[in-house]
Write a protein that binds this ligand. Structure first.
Ligand code: HMG
Ligand code: MG
Length: 298
């Protein structure tokens, strides 16, 4: 059976815009405010990462300080180390996201250390969070394949998930960073993970590079996963995963959930408008079939 309540974690302002050089701070603020107006309640607003590595996220503090979102909105940000966590805390971020991978090669390229060193680096981040009443979310990238090493063993994914949960993450988001997964692979991975981890501690984070994200989400929902990461207008990619396209579009996920009778309390029209506005700034069209269909109707 499908879960009756599904939570969407909107990652467009971070996962989407981390790849886009030309977006101003004001445009980011407008996007996040519009996402809040559309009803999104979990919004990843930026990344406190090294500006030398990802210059696109260098204004995350300014963005967060400038927001005017509904008070129920849970704003989160990537915090790869203590420096990032301290900067996020300073602007009032109430949820940190730490991120590693199930692939050594990807972890090295992405955060310049091994998987086990990344876990060590996260310890003071989690301590700072605990001392300040901040929640911590964990990400595991490359759960269904790696751009550098290819196949990734589900056992490795399980091991990394367990470590993140044991250190205090309330949830782990499973990233198909390069969008290579198919529903049978999702099923095999989740079957293993759910033997050890309860469904309410897992989220899925699918990129749509090969057009499989909605099929994969449908499979994950069927298996009881009730938190889905997505990006308005299908924005995104990953600077350390060449060729990876955006996250599954939030508009498409909302449409799917509505069709399944799971009402996610999101105003689809407003959401699509938020997507068109940011895409105008990027000089491109949304990568969302639903958004294009809605536009065609008016
Ligand atoms: P490093 O170079 O190994 O770190 O980077 P370091 O500690 O040696 O520091 C080097 C310099 O960076 C120093 O400055 C530090 O102060 C500075 P310098 O002395 O040379 O002037 N620095 C920082 N500045 C600002 N904020 C910080 C920070 N930390 C160090 N937090 C580090 C290690 C992790 C920082 C770096 O590799 C990094 O920032 N990586 C970011 C990678 C990233 O953002 N990737 C994209 C997000 S992950 C993703 O997209 C996947 C996901 O969506 C899930 C999925 O799809 O799978 C989440
Ligand atoms: Mg991602």
């Amino acid at each position: 059976a499908y879960p009756s309540n599904v939570r969407i974690v909107e990652v467009g302002a971070r996962d989407g815009l981390q790849n886009e050089a030309s977006v101003t701070t004001e445009q980011k603020i407008s996007l996040i405010n519009a996402l809040s107006d559309a009803g999104l309640r979990d919004i990843e607003a930026g990344a406190f990462v090294s500006p030398k590595w990802v210059p696109q996220m260098a204004d995350s503090a300014e963005v967060i300080k400038g927001l005017n979102v509904a008070k129920e909105v849970n704003l989160s940000a990537l915090t790869p180390n203590l420096k990032g966590a301290e900067a996020a805390l300073e602007v009032g971020v109430k949820e940190f996201a730490i991120f590693t991978a199930a692939s050594e090669a990807f972890t090295q390229k992405n955060i310049n250390c091994s998987i086990s060193d990344s876990i060590e680096r996260f310890k003071p981040v989690v301590e700072l969070a605990k001392a300040n009443g901040v929640k911590v979310r964990g990400y595991v990238s490359c759960v269904l394949g790696c751009p550098y090493q290819g196949e990734v063993e589900p056992d490795v994914v399980l091991d990394v998930c367990k470590q993140l949960l044991a250190m205090g993450c309330y949830e782990v988001s499973l990233g198909d960073t390069i969008g290579v997964g198919t529903p049978n692979k999702v099923q095999a991975l989740l079957t293993l993970l759910l033997e050890h981890i309860s469904a309410d501690k897992l989220a899925v984070h699918f990129h749509d590079t090969y057009g499989q994200a909605l099929a994969n989400i449908s499979k994950a929902l069927e298996m009881g996963i009730a938190t889905i990461d997505s990006a308005v207008a299908g924005l995104g990619g990953c600077p350390y995963a060449k060729g990876a396209s955006g996250n599954v579009a939030t508009e498409d996920v909302v449409y799917l959930l509505q069709g399944l009778g799971i009402n996610p309390q999101i105003d689809l029209e407003r959401l699509a408008k938020a997507g068109w506005a940011i895409c105008e700034a990027l000089n491109k069209q949304p990568v969302s079939k639903v958004s294009l269909a809605l536009q065609a109707k008016c």
